[in-house]
Design a protein. Sequence first.
Length: 122
Amino acid sequence: MKPLVFFSLTGQCRRFCDKLGLEQSAIELKPNQDFPELHAPFILLVPSYDEEDVALVDDFLEEAHANCLGFIGSGNRNFGPEFCKTARRYAQLYHLPVLYEFEFNGTTEDVLFVKGLLSHES
């Protein structure tokens, strides 16, 4: 299974990781903590926020983007083009794919899809 790294300001991304059953294995980026040393490919899950709110993720990716396989975005469809804007910005910046997008803390279908994504070997 590919490692999942995530950032959560309001808890939506953390709740999604809990639904995935990854409470113990998903790696949360938190202020005032050292970044994890990842030497294997990983997937990054991010919420939709303005750039200044995800500066911690920017700093992490400066160091770790070489091992990032792509991004999963969480957001609110009511925000129109702003939906999953953080994942889309990183995808464009690092020339990596947005692997999946979901709303709020995800549905059962979202959970099943992402579980498949994380367990896929290629």
